[in-house]
Structure formats: structure tokens, C-alpha cells
Design a binder for this molecule. Sequence first.
Ligand code: NZQ
Ligand code: ZN
Length: 386
Amino acid sequence: MLNFDFYNPTQILFGKGRIADLNKVVPADAKVLVLYGGGSIKQNGVFDQVMAALGSRSVVEFTGIEPNPTYETLMGAVDLIKKENIDFLLAVGGGSVIDGTKFVAAAACFEGDDPWAILEKRGSNITKALPFGSVLTLPATGSEMNSGSVVTRKSIKAKMAFSSRHCFPQFSVLDPTTTFTLPVRQIGNGVVDAYAHVMEQYMTYPVNSPVQDRFAEGLLRTLIEEGPKALANPEDYDTRANIMWCATMALNGVISTGVPQDWATHMVGHELTALHGLDHAQTLAIVLPSMLRVRKESKRAKLLQYAERVWDLRDGDENSRIDAAIARTQEFFESVGVKTRLGDYSLNAGNIDPILSALENHRMVALGENRDVTLDVSRKVLELSL
Ligand code: NZQ
Ligand code: ZN
């Protein structure tokens, strides 16, 4: 096992009715900015529950954080914070709203000229951030219990990530009933994103880390079992609860302790969203199966372990077990409604060169656990995904 530091200060308030407990975790004298997206929380009653819990606190709203939140929109919240002397932020929504709030929290305290520098330095230049919490309504990203964020700058078509230990939520409320109203597309997206997060931290090479491996395999098997149930029976509380906790555990730092990590699929996927507007999980469903096929040799030992322990594939020679496990993975993504080919999203061979140029511009030229995912490898992956 590799050396590691594990730090995660986020308090989780999990279960039915927990939004009311905001009253206990938001400071009583706070001037709160509630940040949210396009309005789903107004339709499903979450907004009303949040406002009731905040009681007599002074509250200002910032609405309109879009999926794949943009720097252009978020800077509006930074201005509002300064104008209104806000001292606590509450994100209510999915990963985009929480990620956007992390950027706003850091940007409001940023001392340089332009907070975009936070993305250019991947967060290493953050020295403080406003305190914030979240109410999660879409299990997928793990943003509710990690310190990462992904922000898009529309004007330069760049989607970039940062992280900082100053950007953990103080708390996150996870009430599975808030997810009953998710559109089918977002249920599938969430399952695929969480699955891909586990794979980025698990599917590398063995370092004798049975605790992390078995945690990861347990999360993958749970997603395989529960994902289709959520689609078939959207108001099943237990299913939603299991998926919600799975998605949080998939990216809260636990399974990445002491193991190598990949993340090449995510980096290639971010360029697909920046250039073509695909949902985050759609990009992962396209890239991940091909990434595994192209890098089969360097991942051989883990692919065999995955085939056996996640997909129960024990018969046949090594290559056929690996091929079957990757095929099963791709079929699983399709089974939860997320298409896995570039062509399914009207993209073709002509779209590959601009994606590679964007990767080069963003210095994404040596990705993966062995830094061997060069632009040539990314090209092979994209060609295999046509
Ligand atoms: O905007 P509203 O009206 O709220 O609607 C949203 C949005 O249209 C809707 N929605 C959310 N909860 C709902 C709901 N609709 C009905 N009922 C509910 N309960 O769902 C749509 C998508 O929301 P979004 O927040 O964009 O989705 P997701 O949670 O998948 O977040 C995606 C973003 O997170 C980033 C992605 O790159 C992308 O920008 N990621 C963040 C990570 C992190 N912080 O660690 C890691 C991930 O790999 C990922 O990159
Ligand atoms: Zn992701």
C-alpha cells in the first residue's frame, strides 16, 4: 500500500426529513446566501423545506447555476456576496450547484486580480474560503463530501478542475426522498458517474490494498444491483438511499487512500463536455470502455480481479474474461439509459482532432496512473468509441 494522508471534515446528515436539521448546523447569526440551479428545487418542495429550516436567519438567493457551472455565472454570485456582506453559503442541488458554490466560496476570498487563476493553478493558490454547506438532490459526483470542483469558462471553451482543503462542505444533508423527482436521464447519469469514480481509483494496478479493493468492488456491485431498480421503481426509498450513499462513498477519499489513481477517462470526458455540451456522465460512458480496452495490458491484473469479483467471470482464458468484463460494463451503462458511442451523440471522426488539441492546450498529455496516456493513446480511445 502507498503512503497516504486522509482528511475529510464534512459532517453528513443522512435520511428522510433531515433538511429540518439545517437549523442546527447553519450558524444562527449567519447571513446566508442560498445558491441553486434552474428551479427543480422550487418544484419538488426542497426549497420550501430549506427556507422553513433557516427560519428567521437573514437569507439572500442566487439562482441560475447551470449544469456544468460557468465562471461567467458564478462571478455574479461573488459580486452579490460582496454587496450583501454574506458570511455563509448554502448550496441546494446537484454536483453543479455544489461545485459552483465551492468556486464562489474561494473566489469571494481570493486576493489576486482574477479568480480564474484558481482553475489555472488547480486550487493550489486558495488560502481561504467562505464556510458553506450543501443539500444534495442528485447523487452522482461526490461533491457533497469532497473538496473538488469543476468549472467551465464559456468564453474559452475550457472545463477545468480544482481542489483545496479549504473547499470541503462543513456539512451536507442527504435526504434520499429529494431524489424521487429526478428525470430518468439524471438517474442514469448519476449511476454511471459514481461507477466511473470507483473505476478511476480501483482499475489501475495492484498494490496489495485489499481493504480499498473490497470497498470499491462493494460499491460497484451495489450500483449494478440498485441502479436498474431506481429506474424501474423511482419512489423506492431504500434503493434511493443505497444509491445516494454509494455515490458519496465513491468519491469522498476513502477508496483512494494508499492506491494509484487514473482519471484519464474524466480528463478526456471534460473536453467532450466543453466542446460539445454532453452531460458529464455521457462522456464517461463513451470513454471508459474504450479506455479499458486500449490500456488492457497495463491494467491486466486488476481487470482480471474485476472480472472475477464484480462480474463473477471465472471461466475461459484471461483475455476472454477481460473482454467480457469490459463488455458487461458497457452494457450496464446502456442498461441505465446512458449511450456509449460518440455516434449516439452525433459526433464522428471529424470531431477527434479538436478534442486532442484541447487536451494538448490543457496539458493533458501524460494522463493515467502510469502517465502513459499520451495524445496518441487518447486518439486510439476516441477512435474506438466512434
Ligand atoms: O438546475 P436544476 O433545476 O436544479 O436541475 C438539475 C439539472 O438540470 C437537475 N436536478 C438536480 N436534482 C434534481 C434535479 N431535477 C429534478 N429533481 C431533482 N432532485 O439535474 C440536472 C443536472 O444537475 P447537475 O448538478 O449538473 O448534475 P450532476 O450532479 O451530475 O453534476 C455534474 C457536474 O459535476 C461535475 C461535472 O463535471 C459536472 O459539471 N463533477 C464534479 C465532481 C466533484 N466535485 O468531485 C466530480 C465529477 O467527476 C464531476 O466532474
Ligand atoms: Zn465524474
